[in-house]
Design a protein around this ligand. Structure first.
Ligand SMILES: Cc1cc2nc3c(=O)[nH]c(=O)nc-3n(C[C@H](O)[C@H](O)[C@H](O)COP(=O)(O)OP(=O)(O)OC[C@H]3O[C@@H](n4cnc5c(N)ncnc54)[C@H](O)[C@@H]3O)c2cc1C
Length: 440
């Protein structure tokens, strides 16, 4: 059973609070920031700003075209799950919403095992080698959204409206104006596009995107494994693309991300369950015994996208609206959460200096910071995709040599683990642990 925050529930709660002019300088249909898209990234941006904005009598409006849902115990698992890094966990912890996410269900993974189908070269990572409790968490996307939504409920300066589609956007020297399909019009100095890979708001502003197909489609589903997953995230590199088994809470259940050609993904999606189970068990080298499908199957085209600009007067782009990458390293939303918290940091610093957040030049530090970091990850994904997804003999030899060498070097492995945990690079303050985990 899934209970739903309908438009009425969502708007009543937030809007009723928001239109109290005596306590808040928040008049209806006017906000300081409008976020189009209340997915994981848009809601994280709202939450990163909410407390400071509350103190400054500033307001935020978030619009989403889909209903926000509160997952109930025993409801079907979301087909979309994300590997969440330590940096992202710290963000959620510092924003006081990790406890809600954790209570709804997270799956800690302590190990990673990666191996190459052609050469059998392999590399293993273990959190214990770094005296860490885990390497990250696998979490259903809808749980992350619900946890963020719950944490936002306490802020009367945040209006959350869904389901409602933003259908027109205009900009002038006062900022941006959004028209909603329900007939309402909203204004704010800054509009933020957090509306995903095919961002409507980005398109309205005419911001171009560099697009390169990875020539892979990802098939996702959940499976039951004969042997326990051992809290390990498994990935086998096949010549056609990587196959990942991500451990879920039940020690015999995993989420699959199988990246392969468009044609093979379509075939795998339509195979009878039994044939699919056989092909999957074989593709996974029977590492966890027989594997059995326990959910629907869905496929997604994988495309590398990078917006040519993250900002302009009256607009900023975050998350998939700014970039999408191959899921082979499970970094997409983690980069988006870093965008959201960095943008919040830049906005708050600008306001404290009395600057106008609708101006491109004021937002420029955000673009400089995140575009550079995201570009590095995009290049790294291109490298891995090109090195691991074919059977050219020289590449096979290079990857076998590289993996076997790295597996024997603890120093190198520690660096790779820190990278995978999101703890390297130029990070925003919210990723740094400040809140005592014992309080969760
Ligand atoms: C197969 C696969 C596996 C992945 N695995 C991982 C992983 O393990 N780890 C990881 O970090 N990342 C992973 N990713 C990437 C991750 O899923 C995305 O980066 C993430 O979902 C992006 O979040 P977002 O909030 O930016 O966008 P979205 O999740 O797309 O949210 C956008 C929101 O905007 C709303 N919206 C859109 N248009 C409008 C409009 N006009 N008006 C109002 N609302 C609108 C939508 O309803 C939606 O709620 C994976 C991706 C794929 C395809």
């Amino acid at each position: 059973m899934v209970s739903t925050l309908s438009t009425n529930e969502a708007t009543n709660e937030a809007t009723n609070e928001a239109i109290k002019p005596s306590t808040k300088s928040f008049s209806r249909n006017q906000a300081d920031i409008i976020i189009v898209g209340g997915g994981m990234v848009g809601l994280t941006l709202a939450l990163s700003l909410a407390e400071s904005f509350n103190k400054m009598n500033r307001t935020i409006a978030v619009f989403d075209r889909s209903e926000w849902q509160v997952p109930q115990a025993n409801c079907a698992l979301d087909l979309r799950v994300s590997a969440i890094t330590r940096a992202s966990q710290n963000i959620f912890r510092n924003l006081d919403c990790w406890q809600y996410i954790e209570a709804m269900g997270v799956s800690r993974y302590e190990k990673m095992h990666v191996w190459d189908a052609l050469t059998d070269a392999n590399i293993s990572f273990d959190a214990a080698e770094m005296a860490e409790p885990d390497l990250g968490h696998i979490i259903e996307n809808k749980i992350i959204v619900a946890g963020l939504h719950k944490a936002l409920q306490q802020f009367e300066n945040v209006t959350l409206v869904a389901p409602v589609t933003a259908s027109e956007a205009h900009w002038d020297d006062r900022g941006g104006l959004i028209k909603l399909e329900n007939g309402e019009q909203w204004r704010a100095p800054l509009l933020v596009a957090a509306d995903g890979a095919n961002s409507w708001l980005r398109e309205q502003r005419g911001i171009n995107v560099d697009k390169v197909p990875y020539n892979h489609h990802a098939l996702v589903c959940h499976v039951q494994t004969e042997d326990p997953h051992q809290k390990c995230a498994w990935q086998r590199f096949l010549p056609s693309g990587p196959l990942a088994l991500l451990p879920l809470q039940n020690c015999h259940q995993c989420s699959i991300v199988w990246s392969t050609s468009k044609e093979q993904a379509a075939t795998l999606k339509s195979l009878p369950d039994e044939s699919f189970n056989e092909q999957l068990s074989e593709a996974f080298d029977n590492k966890l015994g027989a594997i059995k499908l326990i959910s629907d199957r869905a496929t997604f085209p994988l495309i590398r996208r990078h917006a040519q600009s993250y900002i302009d007067d009256g607009i900023a782009l975050v998350g998939d609206a700014a970039h999408t990458i191959h899921p082979l390293a499970g970094q997409g939303v983690n980069l988006g959460l870093l965008d959201a918290t960095t943008l919040a940091e830049v906005i708050l610093s600008a306001i404290n200096k009395g600057q106008d957040i609708s101006q491109r030049k004021v937002l420029r530090p955000y673009e400089r910071w995140r575009k550079c970091e995201n570009q590095k990850m995009i290049l790294a994904m291109d490298f891995f995709k090109s090195m691991f997804s074919d059977d050219v003999p020289l590449k096979s030899w290079l990857r076998a040599t590289g993996m076997n060498y790295a597996d024997k070097s603890l120093e190198l492995k520690k660096k790779m683990m820190l990278q995978a945990m999101g703890l390297q690079g130029d990070l925003p303050e919210l990723t740094k642990m400040t809140r005592d985990p014992a309080l969760d």
